[in-house]
Design a binder for this molecule. Structure first.
Ligand SMILES: Cc1cc2nc3c(=O)[nH]c(=O)nc-3n(C[C@H](O)[C@H](O)[C@H](O)COP(=O)(O)OP(=O)(O)OC[C@H]3O[C@@H](n4cnc5c(N)ncnc54)[C@H](O)[C@@H]3O)c2cc1C
Length: 473
């Protein structure tokens, strides 16, 4: 590990996965680091995002497994959700990681200041401390890691008290009997899936023609079928017109673009998941000429803003609102603030949807390859022919590999498979290290594993899959 003692001062605003990772990296490089956080370290990811949603989804998966246990030869009587137990576990997991981040920061000699920061100049911050005092912090560089906030569209009724965003959905007193999820993106689909497993009658309303518009259509079709099997209703090409409170329910008026006209749905809870906006208000960015684009801080590949010595990372600046992207940008910004020449590359960004089975993608899809005019070959492998997936009772998935058929260069992969979010990393590493399909194929994959389906999909690019019937010519 490099350890250059330089005494350079770096101030980081925001202690989410962008900010705390930047703090640790800057400290490793010898900076004297102050991290300012107005809430709890770990940011959205630990406190209101990645971690609590996955705790809910773990319990959802367990409940679904118990419901389906008969097919595995296990009879379970009277399994029921213990909401207090789940809430307690969620809070314990969050506390565990918040304490972990706190001790990592301490162990790396990062000073953590609790308070709200505002920029005074490119070299100074005002910090509003909880006791009402204001502290001025002079520094050599600033890294802004301010995160994002849920967007609530201006639809009549969505400003009513009791309407949920993902923040409130993660701390309900009890699971609702029915829920409308407005927005069929990753967060909406994950929460819809969890609450359906907890017994709620869930409807997803999505304005686009399909849920998860960024994901591969073949795989979304498979996911949609599993969501429907869980009883989730999906209204695509549909928009919410208004929400009215009615006794102890909400009456939601919808308009469907698929010729079904208008309809009204009564639900106990309405959850808005239509996206997130950068949290860049109140920082004094405009007065300091920090360039923004619709609220997002504009940065270059070094994560530098338009103001010399000021960097921005994560959801407040990035095109990708993902924790691992925020962290990588944090390392890049910290290195540049310490005089190195680091550049951010977005060529290989894995991401996932933590449904059951999971969906994961990296690189480009078949559709994107066509749009880019690439002569892509696509290899497919159905998990109904993968022994591990069948043993696990999850044969409904598929792996797709998008590649240059002549050179074997891998351009992307999409998978709907058990633990796909881990599985996708094989292709991410192959792409990053410029390995071709030949290397993936030459790698002996352990049996029985779901990873064998990656090798089979790679073989299918050359019509050589062993465990799939050849195409009849
Ligand atoms: C429900 C949900 C599920 C998600 N699941 C996943 C997932 O599975 N995988 C994934 O990769 N991503 C997921 N995300 C996205 C992920 O949480 C974000 O991309 C990530 O947290 C961004 O990190 P960040 O450091 O940029 O910002 P944040 O994590 O939002 O942290 C920003 C921090 O800055 C602080 N702050 C802001 N302004 C100030 C100020 N003026 N002074 C002091 N402090 C300030 C805030 O309090 C906050 O703690 C999810 C998000 C949500 C909402």
């Amino acid at each position: 590990m490099t350890c250059e003692r330089t005494n350079r001062k770096i101030a980081i605003v925001g202690g989410g996965p962008g900010g705390y990772v930047a703090a640790i990296r800057a400290s490793q490089l010898g900076a004297s680091v102050t991290l300012i956080e107005k809430d709890s370290v770990g940011g959205t990811c630990l406190n209101r995002g990645c971690i609590p949603t996955k705790v809910l989804l773990k319990t959802a998966r367990l409940l679904d497994d118990i419901k389906n246990s008969d097919i595995f030869g296990v009879r379970v009587k009277n399994a029921e959700l213990n909401w207090e137990g789940l809430t307690k576990r969620k809070d314990e997991v969050i506390d565990h990681f918040v304490a972990g981040v706190t001790s990592l920061l301490k162990g790396n000699n990062v000073e953590v200041l609790h308070g709200k920061a505002r920029m005074r100049s490119s070299r100074a911050l005002e910090i509003f401390l909880p006791d009402g005092a204001i502290r001025i912090l002079e520094t050599d560089s600033i890294i802004l890691a301010l995160g994002s906030l849920p967007t609530v569209p201006p639809i009549p009724g969505l400003d009513l008290s009791g309407i949920l965003t993902s923040n409130e959905a993660l701390s309900l007193d009890r699971p609702p009997r029915s829920m409308m999820v407005i927005g069929g993106g990753v967060i909406g689909v994950e929460l819809a899936s969890a609450f359906a497993s907890f017994g709620a009658d869930v409807t997803i309303v999505e304005v686009a023609e399909e849920i998860l518009p960024r994901y591969d259509a073949d795989l979304v079709t498979l996911l949609r079928a599993t969501l429907k099997r869980k009883g989730i209703k999906i209204e695509t090409s549909s928009r919410v017109l208004k929400v009215d409170p009615h006794d102890d329910i909400y009456r939601v008026a919808l308009e469907s673009g698929e010729g079904a006209g208008k309809k009204v749905v009564d639900v106990e809870k309405v959850l808005v998941c239509v996206g997130r906006r950068p949290n860049t208000k109140d920082l004094n960015l405009d007065n300091l000429s920090v360039k923004t684009d619709r609220g997002r801080i504009v940065v270059d590949e070094k994560m530098s803003t338009s103001l010399d010595g000021v960097y921005a990372i994560g959801d407040c600046a990035s095109q990708f609102m993902l924790a691992h992207v925020a962290s990588t940008e944090g390392e890049v910004a910290a290195e540049n603030a310490m005089g190195r020449d680091a550049k951010m590359s977005y060529a290989v960004i894995p991401s996932g949807v933590y449904t059951e089975p999971e969906m994961a993608i990296v690189g480009i899809s078949e559709k994107e390859a066509v749009e880019k005019g690439l002569n892509a070959k696509v290899g497919r492998f159905s998990l109904s022919s993968n022994s591990r997936a069948v043993i696990q009772g999850q044969p409904q998935g598929m792996v797709k590999i998008v590649a240059d058929g002549s050179t074997g260069e891998i351009w992307g992969a999409q998978m709907f498979a058990p633990d796909a979010t881990d599985l996708v990393m094989e292709i991410a590493l192959a792409m990053r290290s410029e390995a071709t399909l030949d290397e993936v194929i030459a790698t002996i994959h352990a049996h029985p594993t779901v990873s064998e389906s990656i090798r089979e999909a790679s073989l299918d690019v050359f019509q050589r899959a062993i465990h799939a019937l050849p195409l009849q010519v």
